[in-house]
Design a protein around this ligand. Structure first.
Ligand code: 3PG
Length: 527
């Protein structure tokens, strides 16, 4: 696998990937045009927060399979388009938590005590002790917006500084906050009661612009605002105006609406704005950690193992992955059979896991079935990531069901597919790594689906199988195996025939087969 490292990551991470046989190119100063022109040569791309991996780049990335974000925020990556294209996006959650939390605290101290201004003044040869009177943090109320990993660590550190900590986060339970002596409050209360407000939320549709003129007006006079989370959470113009008027005492800002910000951005130039160039995660420790986390996932991906931190796939523990893997293969093959046998537009897919399989993660199994089902229509680029969004886009309703009871087997995988034309049922099971299809519609089959198959319905009467044998013999196609499934015990009616052949039949052979007396239909599928 060939990986492009497009933003600086730790040397250790690069070495680790190389040691595991990954070809790594480091090109960290590419323009967007340069990146577009070379990205087709890579299966892996590693970035941090500065490169915008947008639709244009993804369109050019013909061979890209995985994007590693050596950091937490993925708002610089068009994850939706990546998912549509079947590209896994992994990040490094947790790797830079402490560094970012410490930076937020550092900005708080720097803003409260005017440290950068005092430093500048001294460097200019001045000795001005009166100008740099600051405020203590102790006893102040700090409002933490977002009590996720980073917000939590910031809150803990603020507690250690003897601050009164309140937090707003609609997604965390009150117990998480109470555990560290933090009171969860609503947004309005936080705005009203905080002396210092620090943001620790990702930039999403809900959080973008969450602090604007209106919100600032509700804050205490001389409030301090810290943002080491994401640019765009705070309206920079409103923030500047509030700094200018004195409503806001000082700000500590590491992230900007546009990065790098324009050198004329008045916010950055304001005396009481402590600004840093998005360096909250730029510590030796954090970079080693995020680099290694992403490198490990790239290596896992290259080896065909499940990745640990996919943003667009559910996480699966290794032991569970080993259990479900044969079912993933089986499901894909079932999808191929359904695609070959069903006509019309597919409307609905229902995946049922019975027995031990019922308490496992079905996401990969369902996706694998959809892949097998749609691959011939959509193309070979369809994979476990893109299969589901593509199916949803095509209006297929997808359902998963779990039933603990199962007869005869430890686990059973069943799939019902409904198309405009008809409904199909498939069932199968796995024994360790071996997978078997047990039923196609009402017919018992029990076979390991591997190779070239002809699946056919025929009338249950003498001579039909002989005629099929003669036709294949005449066309020099060796029949390596045959299963004939009768529906019920009694002769007569319709039977299913499954032929395993050494070579794929031509269209003409299949047409001739359907013309044989007693044959109802015949479809070829490679499993
Ligand atoms: C993150 O989202 O992890 C931080 O903003 C760090 O970004 P960086 O990797 O560009 O330093």
């Amino acid at each position: 696998m060939k990986v492009l490292v497009a933003e600086p990551i730790s040397d250790e991470a690069v070495e680790l990937m190389k040691k595991e046989g990954i070809e790594v190119d480091i090109k960290t100063d590419l323009s967007k045009e340069e990146l577009i022109s070379i990205i087709k040569d890579y299966e892996g791309l590693i970035v941090r927060s500065q490169i915008k991996v947008d639709k244009e780049i993804l369109e050019a990335a013909k061979n890209l399979k995985i994007i590693g974000r050596a950091g937490v925020g993925v708002d610089n990556i068009d994850v939706e388009t990546a998912t549509q294209k079947g590209i896994v996006v992994v990040n490094a959650p947790g790797g830079n938590t402490i560094s970012t939390a410490e930076h937020a605290i550092a900005l708080m101290f720097a803003a409260a005590r005017k440290i950068p201004q005092a430093d500048r003044s001294l460097k200019e040869g001045k000795w001005d002790r009166k100008k740099f009177v600051g405020i203590e943090l102790r006893g102040k109320t700090v409002g933490v917006i977002g009590l996720g990993r980073i917000g939590f660590e910031v809150a803990k550190r603020c507690k250690a500084l003897e601050m009164n900590v309140i937090a707003y986060d609609p997604y965390v339970p009150a117990e998480r906050a109470e555990k560290i002596g933090v009171k969860l409050v609503d947004f309005e209360t936080l705005l009203r009661e905080s002396d210092i407000i620090t943001l620790h939320v990702p930039k999403t549709k809900e959080t973008a612009g969450m602090i604007g003129k209106k919100e600032i007006e509700k804050m205490k006079d001389k409030v301090m605002i810290i943002n080491a989370a994401r640019g765009g959470l705070i309206d920079e113009v409103a923030l500047y105006e509030a700094l200018k008027s004195g409503k806001v005492y000082a700000v500590g800002i590491d992230v900007y609406e546009k990065e790098p910000p324009s050198p004329d951005n008045p916010l950055i130039k304001h005396e009481n704005a402590i600004t840093t160039p998005h360096i909250a995660a730029s510590t030796e420790e954090a970079q080693l950690s995020v680099g290694m986390i992403v490198a490990e996932d790239i290596i896992r991906f290259a080896k065909g193992y499940p990745v640990n931190n996919a943003v667009n796939l559910p996480p699966i523990p290794q032991a569970e992955f080993e259990f479900i893997m044969p079912y993933v293969t089986l499901a894909e093959k079932m999808g191929k059979i359904a695609a070959a046998r069903l006509g019309g537009v597919i409307r609905r897919v229902k995946v049922t896991a019975r027995g031990k399989l019922a308490d496992k993660n079905l996401e990969f199994i369902t996706r694998a079935f959809l892949k097998g089902l749609l691959e011939d229509i959509v193309g070979k680029e369809l994979n476990l990531i893109s299969a589901k969004p593509v199916a949803i886009e095509r209006g297929i309703s997808i359902e998963e069901s779990r039933i603990e009871v199962v007869e005869h087997y430890e686990s059973l995988l069943e799939v019902n597919v409904i198309s405009d034309g008809r409904e199909m049922y498939l069932a199968g099971t796995c024994f360790g790594k071996e997978y078997r299809i047990l039923k196609i519609d009402v017919y018992n089959v029990n076979f390991v689906p591997k190779g070239h198959y002809i699946i056919s319905l025929h009338e249950d009467k003498p001579g039909v199988i002989g005629r099929v044998g003669t036709l294949f013999g005449k066309n020099n196609i060796n029949i390596a195996g045959m299963i004939v499934g009768r529906c019920g015990e009694k002769p007569g009616g319709v039977q299913l025939m499954l032929l395993l052949v050494d070579d794929p039949p031509t269209k003409e052979v299949l047409e001739d087969m359907v013309k044989l007396d007693g044959i109802i239909d015949a479809t070829y599928v490679y499993l």
